[in-house]
Design a protein around this ligand. Structure first.
Ligand SMILES: [Zn+2]
Length: 264
């Protein structure tokens, strides 16, 4: 796809993943809240001060949504969050959905607005299968953190609308910045719209297509870093991702992990 600008995107993700790993190592591994960019030392709720872009907190049950980047799982200490980014895609999303269904796993899909508009039926299929939605911006610009607030707002809120329209009214519960390029502003904006900023602990590196075995090995090796695992269902041939999920989901179950959603 056009938005994949060669190696830059990978470098961005790798840098973000390293940042997350370092943050996780420096604090409580499974509950680390620090992300690849600055973050407040403690949960700040949505009390983001006078510059908060929109005072409209709306978590489940009306609770404010934290601006901190989430990594933890609502499935507890052995919970794993499977996250699937950049779709939906007419070839790969149905195959990913099938693997998840076969293993009884619910996941979180971080969707790109242009893909959502092109394939609204797949957004509905994801929701119908019980998975959660995450706003991954309109056009997946990994330089989001160097853009104006107006640009960030357009990218995040237009994608939120596209996803909600396509899903038939089911709203995205999370916001994941492309390449992890969060800003304090984008986190506040997302939280004020009920979308918890969402990071990851384990980059499966599936986007680089290193081979199914390598993807599986990466997840097995790094799952001790934290519960949120990054996969992709778009942006190219994702057959290795599908195969890797088919191996790694049963392995995780056999090793005592359960599956959940990122804390909201
Ligand atoms: Zn992405």
């Amino acid at each position: 796809m056009v938005r994949r600008g060669g190696r830059g995107w990978h470098g961005r993700v790798l840098a973000a993943a390293v940042g997350l790993t370092a943050a996780a190592a420096a604090t409580s591994v499974w509950t680390a809240q620090a992300g690849p960019v600055e973050g407040p030392p403690a949960r700040a709720g949505v009390s983001a001060g006078p510059s908060a872009p929109d005072a409209r907190p709306q978590g489940p049950g009306g609770a404010p949504v934290s601006v901190d980047i989430a990594h933890a799982s609502d499935a507890g200490a052995r919970g794993v969050n499977i996250t699937i980014d950049d779709g939906p895609d007419p070839v790969w999303t149905p195959q990913v959905l099938q693997v998840l269904r076969d293993n009884g796993v619910k996941a979180t899909f971080c969707m790109v607005g242009t893909q959502v508009q092109a394939h609204p039926d797949l957004v509905k299929a994801v929701v119908a299968a019980g998975h959660r939605l995450c706003d991954h911006t309109v056009s997946h610009n990994t330089a989001m953190d160097r853009k104006s607030e107006a640009y960030q707002s357009q990218q995040i809120l237009d994608a939120e609308r596209m996803i909600t329209d396509a899903s038939g009214g089911v709203r995205p519960l999370y916001y994941r910045a492309p390449g992890g390029a969060f800003t304090p502003y984008s986190r506040r904006l997302a939280a004020s719209h009920g979308m918890r900023p969402l990071g990851w602990n384990v980059d499966s590196k599936d986007f680089e297509r290193p081979g199914t075995a390598a993807i599986v090995a990466t997840v097995k090796r790094e799952i001790s870093n934290g519960p949120t695992v990054l996969f992709h269902d778009a942006g190219g041939d994702r057959s290795q991702t599908v195969s890797a999920l088919r191996e790694v989901l049963p392995w995780l179950k056999q090793h005592g992990y359960s599956f959940g959603y990122p804390v909201h």
